[in-house]
Design a protein around this ligand. Sequence first.
Ligand SMILES: CC(C)(COP(=O)(O)OP(=O)(O)OC[C@H]1O[C@@H](n2cnc3c(N)ncnc32)[C@H](O)[C@@H]1O)[C@@H](O)C(=O)NCCC(=O)NCCS
Ligand SMILES: Nc1ncnc2c1ncn2[C@@H]1O[C@H](COP(=O)(O)OP(=O)(O)OP(=O)(O)O)[C@@H](O)[C@H]1O
Length: 204
Amino acid sequence: MIKVGLTGGIGSGKTTVSRIFSVLGIPVFSADTEGKRLMAEDAGLAAAIMDIFGKDTYLHSEGGGLQPDRRKLAGIVFNNEEKLNQLNALVHPAVINAFETWAGQQNSAYVIKESALLFESDAWKHSNLNITVAAPEEERIRRVMKRDGVERSAVMNRMKHQLSDEERIQRADLVIWNDNRSPVIPQVLAIHRLLLYSPTDLIL
Ligand SMILES: CC(C)(COP(=O)(O)OP(=O)(O)OC[C@H]1O[C@@H](n2cnc3c(N)ncnc32)[C@H](O)[C@@H]1O)[C@@H](O)C(=O)NCCC(=O)NCCS
Ligand SMILES: Nc1ncnc2c1ncn2[C@@H]1O[C@H](COP(=O)(O)OP(=O)(O)OP(=O)(O)O)[C@@H](O)[C@H]1O
């Protein structure tokens, strides 16, 4: 089975593109969602995070379990590179393992792994093909401010911990353009057809 990594900077539209693959019947693994699930449900991971960041970075949920206080954690790590690296070093290997287990259970010609940090983590090494979604920086900032109701500075604060579009484009095998002038569905359909009917045109 072919493993396809799908990345893109904050607000590029990678979740939107993932949804199109999903509508086409392709299994999609979201590293962001899985990271969140593991941080809440993997007791060893939660303990390691509390050890470094303090017990008050977790809250008791209504069901009695523990949930990470995402706002508090974001406030710590996106203002401190060393702390961000520590959190990444705990979460990313757990997510990579979860992806391998999940991929082994899928019955499909190919699967998609959506990850904001495909190239920043080691995740890209586990795919046969890596795609990046690109959009102008101003457009990305505007989309996230609207989607999340946040200030420009909050978006910039995350962006500065990610690669630039230029770096991602250089490292990716394929680019999906998601600016305001490039219809995205035909690009996804073209990749989907190649992966189903002539994958050797894409993967050497
Ligand atoms: C700090 C946390 C708790 C903030 O949670 P929050 O709900 O505000 O953000 P969420 O996880 O939904 O991410 C939203 C976007 O922020 C950006 N972002 C998230 N984590 C990172 C990171 N480590 N480095 C750079 N950008 C990031 C991405 O563009 C992502 O799509 C959370 O992002 C986190 O645990 N990050 C570290 C683990 C990680 O890298 N997760 C993402 C891939 S597994
Ligand atoms: N081509 C487009 N035109 C207008 N709005 C778009 C377009 N593509 C995506 N959006 C919107 O922009 C916002 C960001 O898209 P999306 O959530 O898919 O990005 P993302 O790359 O997954 O972001 P993040 O890294 O923050 O998770 C969403 O509200 C989405 O509906």
